[in-house]
Write a protein that binds this ligand. Structure first.
Ligand code: HMG
Ligand code: MG
Length: 297
């Protein structure tokens, strides 16, 4: 009883490029986004409206959004931490945003300069204002399974913050294995616990990193639990700049190979996607982490 269709949330331009030491010029980013859409993506997380000193790789957010030609039916969400970020996003006609919370105190401090509680207070008016304007709000929850400073993260804690984010008005919740330590039993148990408190599969997305090679097995468990939105990054680009041990996100090409092999539709033209990632990493002068890209080029 696997789903027939999965929506991939492509995070390469944001989660991928924010953690690359090469700063990619804005024209190349705009072409990257356009090629991802041309390959069939319907959700492309484009950039972040955060403090440019915190993430200099995405300091060109305004310019990028003015260069990206928005295609009807495609969503171009951006990360927004606070009302200042929301104002910047609204000024660029953004229709989908994501706030990003942490399941651990240490990562909340390092990523947002605040405690978990203070960050939820920071997000509340952002979520409310965005919803009132008809804007979709994804709530990321990072470090759902393990944290480099605090070790294993309690499921109770994750469920508590996850429900707070949904109660605050998030339209979707993305469960982040930010450092890629999760194993399938943990993923299954967390989803079970969330369902037990009334969260439904269609409210949840999963966001895996492949540090220990578990991202696809974890994905499979999520599919079996009815999850139909999966985050991935073209070419396996990126990690997270405020979580040192994080390696790349699950590579979109590997995910597409996996899903198509299971007979699950994604709407994505794998060959076009592979060519896009090969082009971008070639431009950046590095080898591609995605095995499917290596296999098909
Ligand atoms: P802060 O220093 O506490 O901010 O940073 P503040 O409110 O005290 O303001 C300080 C200054 O920043 C002020 O300027 C503000 O105007 C300015 P000043 O008056 O000093 O000249 N400022 C801003 N400028 C531009 N855009 C803004 C903005 N906000 C304030 N939006 C803040 C707090 C949240 C801003 C900072 O910590 C920040 O930008 N953090 C972002 C870090 C980040 O992007 N991390 C990567 C996210 S990835 C992630 O979380 C994981 C995820 O990928 C999933 C996964 O992989 O698991 C989602
Ligand atoms: Mg990530």
């Amino acid at each position: 009883n696997l789903p027939g269709h999965v929506t991939i949330c492509e995070v390469g331009p944001r989660d991928g490029l924010q953690n690359e030491s090469t700063v990619v010029p804005v024209e190349i980013k705009a072409e990257f986004v356009a090629r991802l859409v041309d390959a069939g993506h319907r959700v492309v997380e484009t950039t972040s409206f955060v403090h440019p000193k915190w993430v200099p790789q995405l300091a060109d957010a305004e310019e990028l959004l003015s260069q990206v030609e928005r295609v009807s039916g495609v969503r171009y969400p951006v990360l927004v931490p606070n009302e200042h970020g929301l104002e910047r996003a609204l000024a660029r006609d953004v229709r989908d945003i994501a706030i990003f919370a942490s399941a651990t105190e240490t990562f909340a401090q390092r990523n947002l300069n605040r405690s978990i509680e203070q960050s939820l207070e920071m997000f509340a008016p952002v979520i409310a204002r965005a919803r009132a304007a008809g804007i979709g709000v994804r709530g990321y929850l990072s470090m759902c399974f393990g944290d480099p400073w605090e070790g294993e993260v309690s499921r109770q804690q994750v469920v508590r913050i996850a429900t707070q984010l949904l109660d605050a008005g998030c339209t979707e919740l993305s469960l982040g294995d930010t450092i890629g330590v999760a194993t399938p039993g943990q993923v299954d148990a967390l989803l079970r616990d969330l369902f037990e408190v009334g969260v439904s599969a269609d409210q949840i997305a999963v966001h895996f990193h492949d540090t220990y090679g578990q991202a696809l097995t974890n994905t499979f468990v999520a599919l079996q639990r009815g999850i139909t939105t999966i985050d991935a990054s073209a070419g396996g680009l990126g990690g997270c700049p405020y979580a040192g041990s994080a390696t790349g996100n699950l590579a979109t090409e590997d995910l597409v190979w996996h899903l198509h092999g299971l007979g699950i539709d994604t709407g994505i033209d794998l060959q076009k996607l592979v060519e896009t990632s090969a082009w971008l990493v070639g431009y950046m002068g590095r080898t591609c982490l995605a095995r499917t890209v290596a296999a098909l080029t």
